[in-house]
Design a protein around this ligand. Structure first.
Ligand code: PEP
Ligand code: MN
Length: 288
């Protein structure tokens, strides 16, 4: 028995892929999941309006930030509880589940009360008290990779959540810091097959933060599905030029409308490739 530092997250101890169920949606199931929404919730009317459009266009989970980790303390910090309340209303109207970032232990009960999936942001990937706290909740947690963290460190952070008693962990690759400046971050698509090999946890790709430019988001969204990700999370805004955060990387609703069916089609097309890989892995592990 090898000494794996992350026994609960490892595939060796859990050969089958994990599926995280959120309402009717299965993240890590047969088809790709699309999470979409603006970076931040900015007002009730704009959020409800875009939520309805996104639902019609093929989004399955709504995103929106209410507590925002901004580089500058002078930038918009999010609407706080009011933003969460707006997301809950949009969820009631559209029937779609929601995801929002929880930034600290203090606001965790509030965020957990209003949304269906807790997002741990890249900057908090190694906030161990927060990881332990979300591990004690019963809500699915989407753990983003830190912008300067290795895959092993990422899996160790997942282990914190799993070992605190919460089995519903979803990983999300959102780009890492490299010497490249043409894009905001470098989207590490290598992480998908590497995670597939090392872990049973579902993995999503966030091409919005991963590139920082809306023009690159459709190509990297398609690449994410082709490389075997369980889905994508993309930022969409009704008027990106006026967005209070991350406008340059936000798709317009029309761009999302064009992209979403391609993601679902690609997911159906690619599924047999990954089915085969999954069976091969499972067989190999059960022999040893
Ligand atoms: C976000 O999803 O809006 C966000 C802040 O992401 P990250 O933590 O990956 O920067
Ligand atoms: Mn953002």
């Amino acid at each position: 028995m090898s000494k794996i530092p992350y026994p609960l997250a490892s595939r060796e101890n859990h050969p089958e892929n994990s599926v995280v169920q959120v309402g009717d949606i299965q993240i890590g199931g047969k088809s790709a999941t699309i999470i979409a929404g603006p970076c931040s919730v900015e007002s009730r009317d704009s959020y409800v309006e875009i939520a309805i459009e996104l639902q019609k266009a093929g989004a399955q989970i709504l995103r929106g930030g209410a507590y925002k980790p901004r580089t500058s303390p002078y930038s918009f910090q999010g609407m706080g509880e009011e933003g969460l309340r707006i997301m809950a209303e949009a969820s009631d109207i559209t029937g779609l589940p929601t995801i929002s970032e929880v930034m600290d232990v203090e606001t965790l009960p509030l965020v957990a009360h209003y949304v269906d999936i807790l997002q741990i942001g890249a900057r908090n990937m190694q906030n161990y008290p927060l990881l332990k706290a979300v591990g004690k909740t019963k809500k699915p947690v989407m753990l983003k990779r830190g912008l300067a963290n290795t895959i092993e460190e990422w899996l160790m952070s997942a282990e914190y959540i799993l070992s605190a008693g919460n089995p519903s962990v979803i990983l999300c690759e959102r780009g890492i810091r490299t010497f490249e400046t043409a894009t905001r971050f470098t989207l590490d698509l290598n992480a998908v097959p590497v995670i597939r090999k090392l872990s049973h946890l579902p993995i999503l790709i966030d091409p919005s933060h991963g590139t920082g430019h809306s023009g690159y988001v459709p190509a990297l969204s398609r690449a994410a599905i082709a490389v075997g990700a369980d889905g994508i999370m993309v930022e969409v805004h009704s008027n990106p030029a006026e967005a209070l955060s991350d406008g340059p990387q936000s798709l317009t609703v029309e761009e999302f409308r064009r992209l979403a069916p391609h993601i679902h089609q690609l997911s159906d097309f690619c599924q047999p490739f990954f089915e085969e890989a999954k069976n091969a892995r499972t067989a190999k592990i059960s022999v040893s």
